[in-house]
Design a protein around this ligand. Structure first.
Ligand SMILES: [Fe+2]
Length: 177
């Protein structure tokens, strides 16, 4: 149990490390399940970004003399389980893509909360270098969340509404010339 802010920081860092490593394991399945090329690319890029984020957490832990492993993030276990259910239950296509965007955005928002908290705690403790590193991750999670909204609005949701294959270049209700 956390008895002071330093213990709390350790718990929060280990929880976030657990969350990131869980999503790192889950992302390949999500990449595989999506049929929209832009969404697939966004997930693939986020996989690479997540690898750097895990390294950043290791760097921060090293700087602070904290062991990164030790907690299991139950919240991320639940979020990953939900995305696995979606993949099992829905046929591949734009509706599944829309559902995967939803699942991924829930993950991003959880991570935004975690990194917002960590950054604030580190700043309060005068750990500016560590705070700056995790602020970079916070920005990446926000950017990913915005990109996913863009992909949802520009193609996945319209495709899901029209039940068209996401890679159908003819698009919406446009008729042949
Ligand atoms: Fe992340």
């Amino acid at each position: 149990m956390a008895s002071d802010i330093r213990d709390l920081l350790t718990m929060e860092l280990q929880d976030t490390y657990s969350a990131e490593t869980q999503i790192l394991d889950a992302l390949p399945q999500m990449i595989d399940a999506t049929t929209n090329p832009k969404l697939k690319q966004a997930f693939q890029e986020h996989l690479q970004v997540t690898q750097r984020q895990v390294e950043r957490l290791e760097t921060v832990c090293q700087q602070l003399g904290i062991e990164p492993e030790g907690e299991t993030c139950n919240a991320m276990e639940g979020l990953v389980e939900e995305s696995e259910e979606i993949i099992d239950e829905l046929d591949r296509g734009p509706v599944l893509d829309a559902a995967l965007i939803g699942a991924a955005q829930k993950v991003e928002h959880y991570e935004m909360a975690a990194y917002g908290t960590l950054t604030a705690m580190l700043k309060s403790m005068g750990e500016t270098k560590a705070a700056d590193l995790l602020a970079q991750t916070l920005k990446e999670e926000k950017d990913t969340d915005e990109l996913l909204t863009q992909i949802a609005e520009s193609e996945v949701n319209p495709a899901a509404l029209g039940q068209q294959p996401a890679n159908d270049q003819a698009g919406g209700s446009r008729g042949a010339a």
